[in-house]
Design a protein around this ligand. Structure first.
Ligand code: HSE
Length: 427
């Protein structure tokens, strides 16, 4: 019976970790057939059982120009040539499934508009938090909500590094090296450790959740490279974990504050317990309240799960309607009003190295008071042999601008040697 049905033809661009998982998973579905696969290097040995070499090409435009192909699955990442390939595929009438977070963050608006003009869909469940189903739920079962807050761990590499630093008491450099040796971190880890990957993901996620376009250039970004083992230790003592949090807040005037930076999160919060490569997304909205989804944010089969889900959603409707998946389309045209980080309010963790002079603690309190900042806690455990003291401060809620003024004042103060760290604290 099933063999009589027309099979939906899939063109895969990319046969790396995710592409292999997609190919292997699709083999158990009788209604779809992988017709062509584009790879960068035809000679690379691939351990994929049953792979028919005759469908593999190193010319990706042969995939997007193949008239038999219904759905193009782009899994190569990066802006180019993915952008040209997807646009050509749409012009040629294909629907698109992609895991490309950079492309979506930088060119999403243009691609979604282009797809809509050609009555084609672009689905991207795998681009945000790998195997965690978050895009389709927001578009469908959560559609009745006004979502106003997202706090998420969207990068497995950095979460792995921070977790290892926490459990081993090790330095960032030592853990990064180990993570690279084990293949968890890339040889050039910049995209992950400087927060670019998480920034791409929160840009697209917040755009979808807030129904307002967020521009990547308005997303504040700080990575994890300056986090010290001592910060982990101090945070633990005070009841916190340090995580790289991608967050987005929408206020009542539709102003969107979207950022990626390290954050002290209370050990009582769910995100504090998301460890190693696991990702998690907490969203708050009305009427649902708050929900958190967690799971594998990367990897061959978890990511394939999301890609294949998108493929099957399109395949199920192809040939049955002229307007596929109306709830899965992206149509928000208005842009969010961005909030500059300098205008935000936060709590802060501050680690200060000071001279062992009389009145230093008093001075710290006074500078904060002069800048409208109230302190929630202040810890100094003795004085070192070199006659300096490590002072850890947690503030109450205050303005970022005021905190920057405090830092500037500390930098001019002779009794303060160094601001070791300034990390925002979850509110
Ligand atoms: N490099 C990402 C991470 C996975 O470490 O989570 C792909 O988005």
């Amino acid at each position: 019976m099933e063999n009589c049905e027309k099979k939906i033809k899939i063109g895969l661009i990319g046969l790396g970790t995710v592409g292999s998982g997609v190919y292997k998973t699709l083999k158990s579905f009788k209604n779809v057939e992988v017709k062509k696969i584009a790879v960068r290097n035809l000679n690379k040995p691939r351990n994929i059982e049953g792979l028919d070499d005759s469908i593999v090409t190193d010319k990706p435009f042969d995939v997007v120009n193949d008239p038999d192909i219904d759905i193009v699955v782009e899994l190569i990442g990066g802006l180019n040539p993915a952008y040209d390939l997807i646009k050509t595929a749409i012009e040629n009438g294909k629907h698109i499934v992609t895991a490309n977070k950079e492309l979506l963050a930088k060119k999403g608006e243009e691609l979604f508009t282009f797809a809509e003009e050609h009555n084609r869909v672009v689905l991207y469940e795998a681009a945000i938090a790998g195997g965690i189903p978050i895009i389709m739920p927001i578009k469908t079962i959560l559609a009745g909500n006004k979502i106003t807050k997202i706090e998420a761990i969207l990068n497995g590499t950095t979460n792995y590094i921070l977790t290892k630093m926490d459990v081993q008491g090790a330095s960032y450099d030592a853990v990064l090296k180990e993570a690279q040796e084990l293949g968890y971190a890339e040889a050039d880890p910049t995209g992950d450790v400087e927060g670019f990957d998480a920034a791409y993901k929160i840009t697209t996620l917040a755009t979808l959740a807030f129904k307002k376009r967020i521009k990547i250039e308005n997303v504040y970004r700080e990575g994890i490279t300056k986090i010290r083992a001592q910060d982990m230790h101090a945070a633990n003592d005070l009841g916190y974990k340090i995580k790289l949090i991608a967050s987005a807040y929408l206020d009542e005037n539709d102003r969107a504050d979207v950022r990626v930076h390290p954050m002290l999160v209370s050990k009582k919060s769910t995100l504090a317990h998301i460890d190693y490569v696991t990702n998690a997304v907490s969203i708050s909205g009305h009427p649902v309240g708050s929900i958190t989804l967690s799971g594998p944010g990367a990897g061959e089969f978890p990511t394939a799960s999301s890609v294949v889900g998108d493929i099957l959603a399109i395949a199920a409707e192809l040939g049955t309607t002229d307007y596929l998946l109306p709830m899965m389309r992206c149509k928000h045209e208005s842009a969010a009003v961005p909030v500059n980080i300098a205008d935000t309010e936060n709590k802060y963790y501050l680690s200060i190295n000071a001279k062992n002079n009389k009145g230093v603690i008093g001075k710290i309190g006074k500078v904060c008071e002069d800048n409208n900042i109230s302190l929630a806690s202040l810890v100094q455990r003795g004085v070192s042999e070199d006659n300096t003291a490590e002072i850890t401060v947690i503030t109450e809620l205050c303005k970022e601008r005021d905190m920057q003024n405090v830092i500037a004042a500390f930098e001019k103060d002779d009794s303060i040697n160094k601001i070791n760290s300034l990390i925002r604290v979850q509110i």
